[in-house]
Design a protein around this ligand. Sequence first.
Ligand SMILES: Nc1ncnc2c1ncn2[C@@H]1O[C@H](COP(=O)(O)OP(=O)(O)O)[C@@H](O)[C@H]1O
Ligand SMILES: [Mg+2]
Length: 255
Amino acid sequence: MADPILQIKGLEVAVEGRTILKGVDLEVPQGEIHALMGPNGSGKSTLAYALAGHPRYEVTGGSVVFDGKDLLDMDIDERAKAGFFLAMQYPVEVPGVSVLNFLRTSLNSIRGDELSPREFMKLFQEKSKLLEFDASFTDRYLNEGFSGGEKKRHEILQMAMLEPRFAVLDETDSGLDVDALKVVSRGVNSLRGPNLGSLIITHYTRILQYITPDVVHVMFEGRIARTGGPELADELEAGGYAQYGSPEPAVAPSA
Ligand SMILES: Nc1ncnc2c1ncn2[C@@H]1O[C@H](COP(=O)(O)OP(=O)(O)O)[C@@H](O)[C@H]1O
Ligand SMILES: [Mg+2]
């Protein structure tokens, strides 16, 4: 088995003084895609934000080793430069910043050197084709007036451009119609390989029909309650979160 790219041990996180994560243990070997499932409020997004270094999420115990280094010791910038990528459940709007400028700035900052305009455009065109963006998209302001599907596709475009070592996708599937879900999944699958580890956070099993995870973890009340193979997602699809004491189904109501 490959070395873990991400190793979380006994992680405890508090938000506004309230303990949300109560000792999370989770390990992702490099090159694997793991799914993190769980009912609403179980702490999935809290884990994502804590890993990304969001200041409101206070780590009160445990450790996180990323690519052999102490992740919790790095500031947000250092985490990104080390190859940690987070696609957020609620992407922010950045008025006045065009998609192209945003991508160029983040790419240069993470690489620490500048691609020539020609190299940059070549990369951009290659990756935007993959995610089915047309040329008019590049001059639009980041996330302003984007549809839900466009925001998610842009996140994956950003990921494709930055080529992170590890990506956390928090509910990338929520609010996507089937076509957008397929484009997003195709994007993720095309990035799949020995140099990308990934944690796909989802309440519903739907995205896992397009991206087959190597391992599925179920979070419940701030802890990993179970870890298993892809069949665990099938089990949740059939029985929902009832066995964890939650009435929530794992199949989207509209699906
Ligand atoms: N920024 C925040 N402020 C206050 N409470 C929060 C915040 N983020 C998360 N929580 C609380 O932490 C718990 C877990 O939430 P969350 O991590 O969003 O769960 P999930 O993503 O699994 O639905 C919930 O009870 C939620 O109310
Ligand atoms: Mg969430």
